[in-house]
Design a binder for this molecule. Sequence first.
Ligand SMILES: NC(=O)c1ccc[n+]([C@@H]2O[C@H](COP(=O)([O-])OP(=O)(O)OC[C@H]3O[C@@H](n4cnc5c(N)ncnc54)[C@H](O)[C@@H]3O)[C@@H](O)[C@H]2O)c1
Ligand SMILES: [Zn+2]
Length: 348
Amino acid sequence: MEQITVALGARSYGVKIARNLLESAAEEIRQVCPCEKLALVSDETVFPLYGQDLAKRLETAGYAVSVYSLPPGERIKNLVTLDARYRWLAGEGFTRADAVVALGGGVVGDLAGFAAATMFRGMSLIQIPTTLIAQLDSSVGGKTAVDLPEGKNLVGAFYQPSLVLIDPDCLNTLPRRQFSSGAAEAVKMGFVANPSLLTELEKAEPDWEKVIAAALGAKAALVTRDERDTGARHVLNFGHTLGHVYEAAGGYDRWLHGEAVAAGMMKMLAVEEQQGLQVDAVRKRLMTLLQQYDLPLSIPCTAEQYRRYLPLDKKCHDSLVTLVQVTEDGHARLTDLPLSTLMTYLET
Ligand SMILES: NC(=O)c1ccc[n+]([C@@H]2O[C@H](COP(=O)([O-])OP(=O)(O)OC[C@H]3O[C@@H](n4cnc5c(N)ncnc54)[C@H](O)[C@@H]3O)[C@@H](O)[C@H]2O)c1
Ligand SMILES: [Zn+2]
C-alpha cells in the first residue's frame, strides 16, 4: 500500500492507495470515524458497481448507512441538488457528529464535499474516488464546490477530508475516454512538478498505483505549502486557463476536463513561443504523451470565444492574467500578462 500524509496541522489526513482497498474500506473508516451514521453519496453508475458492496461492509462494521445516489454527470453539480442533499441529511436524522462518504468521480466528490463542509457547519468527510481524475487530483486538496449557470465551481469551500481511500482496481470499469481525461492531469503534474511521472506515463503499461501516488505526493506537498490556492498551488493550473475557455465554449458537454486541459497545455506552449521562450523539447514530449493517451492537441476556438470566456476565469484580475508556463520538464513559473497581450498571441 502507498500512503501519503497531507500535512496541515490539526487538519492533516492520510491518503491510502492500494488495489482491492475497497474490501477493507470499512475498517479504514472505523479508524478515523467513531460516529454511528454514515451518508454514502454516489452516482447511479458507480453505486451499483462499488457502492452496494461497500454499504454492506460498512453496515457489518457497525455503521447505520443511508445511501444517496445521484444521476451521473456534471449537470447535477448545482445548488438545486445541494438543497435536496441538505434536506435529505436533515430528514434522515444525521448530526454534526456523523460523516459523509463520497464514492464516485469528481462530481460526487465536489458536491458531497461541499455538503459536508456546510451541513451542520461541517461533518466529517471521507473521499473514495473512482475516476482517474478524482484518484490523482480532485479527492485531495480540499476544494469542494458546485456550479452556477454563470460558471463552474463558483460556490464552494476549502474543506479537507478526514481520509482518502483510493482503489485503482475501480479504474477497470472506467470508460477509455474518461481514463484519458485523467491521464491528462497526470501529464500536467509531471510537467509542473515531478518529471519521474512522465517517465512512468511513457511506458506501454504504466503502473497506475505508482502514477497516482506520485501525482498525489506532488499535490500534497503543494497543498501543504498553499492550502487556499494563493501562491505555490497555482502551478497546478498549467493548461487550465485556456482549458476552461474550451470547456465553456463547448457548453461543458463537448469536451471532458482533461481533454480541454490537454489542448490548453499545447496552446500555452504556443503562447510561450510567441513570447520568445524555447519550448521545443517540452512540446515534443507533451505531444507524444497526449497522442499516446488519445488526447486532443488542439481545440478550435474563435477569438470571440477567447474574449468572451477568458475574463470569467478566476485567475484574471485587473485585466492581468496569471499564466502557468513550463519551459523545462518539472519546472513551472507564473507570469502575469495583460489580457490584451494574451489575446494578440491567441489570435495569431
Ligand atoms: N476539487 C478539485 O480539486 C477538482 C479537481 C479537478 C476536477 N474537479 C471536478 O471534478 C469533476 C470531474 O470529475 P470526473 O472527471 O471524475 O467526472 P464525473 O464524476 O462526472 O465522472 C465521470 C463519469 O464516470 C463515471 N464513473 C465514475 N467512476 C467510474 C468507474 N469506476 N467505472 C465506471 N464509470 C465510472 C461517472 O458516473 C460519470 O459518468 C468536475 O466537476 C471538476 O470541476 C475538481
Ligand atoms: Zn484540472
